[in-house]
Design a protein around this ligand. Structure first.
Ligand code: ATP
Ligand code: MG
Length: 225
């Protein structure tokens, strides 16, 4: 599988964290890899290293330069709002056709290409399109990232239902252990898996940033990458 769209059940669930971990895993295995985060809202030019683009460039082992940020994250907005509103706040808008063309070109790169979406699966990008339309236009497999907080099971199963309704190819689900309390990671993964079989559901425990996922997680990840 060459290109994967990394989406989430919502914002802040761990999409960037997992994409960075997958990038490190691919690099460690000596495989070519690249990662894109075409749209960022809440972008602070004085804290670029902490932005999604900065985190992904660090995982890729690339310099955090203006050129590199432009290459992987061309649509950047200051307001921490959904992209349609964040763009509007600057008198701008996202040209959906250009976003799709950019993402398609990115997906044709060498090796495994990760494209991180923005927020959850139906976040508005402009007046008429959501992330779901973006994924549908690209037709590349989707990796769904979820948390393990209380409520995640319904959020995850709802998201899977909507993805399946659009006939999107679901590469797998990764549950990134949340800080917020909920059921254990194991119970959360087992319950989601029970309702979404045969989709692969993997749990990623809390781990320090800039590290590789545990070996057991890495070998399961290889089954869908
Ligand atoms: N398994 C984990 N172990 C430790 N920290 C984690 C884990 N998963 C996520 N985090 C942390 O949770 C926070 C949110 O994760 P992340 O930024 O990856 O979310 P996101 O879904 O990409 O958010 P956004 O919608 O803003 O793009 C970050 O500080 C990240 O480092
Ligand atoms: Mg992110």
């Amino acid at each position: 599988m060459a290109a994967v769209f990394v989406t989430g059940t919502g914002t802040d669930v761990g999409k960037t964290f997992i994409t960075a971990a997958l990038v490190r895993h691919q690099r460690e295995a000596g495989r070519p890899v690249d990662a894109f985060k075409p749209i960022i809202s809440g972008f602070d030019p004085t804290a670029v290293a902490n932005s999604d683009a900065g985190v992904l460039l660090t995982a890729l082992g690339r310099a955090i330069t203006r050129e590199e940020i432009d290459r992987i994250a061309p649509w950047r907005f200051a307001a921490p709002l959904s992209p349609d509103l964040a763009a509007e706040a600057e008198g701008r808008s996202i040209d959906f056709g250009k976003l799709v063309d950019f993402s398609r070109a990115a997906a044709y790169g060498r090796g495994t290409i990760f494209i991180e979406g923005v927020g959850g699966i139906m976040v508005p990008l402009d007046q008429t399109h959501t992330v779901l339309d973006w994924m549908s236009a690209l037709r590349i497999p989707v990796l769904l990232v979820a948390g393990s907080y209380l409520g995640t099971i319904s959020h995850t199963l709802t998201a899977l239902h909507v993805l399946a309704h659009r006939n999107l190819d679901i590469a797998g689900v990764v549950v990134s252990e949340s800080e917020a309390p909920g059921a254990s990671l194991e119970d959360t993964v087992a319950t989601i898996a029970r309702f979404s079989s045969p989709i692969e559901v993997i749990g990623l425990p809390r781990m320090p940033p800039d590290t590789l996922p545990p070996a057991a997680v890495r070998s399961r990840i290889d089954r869908f990458l």
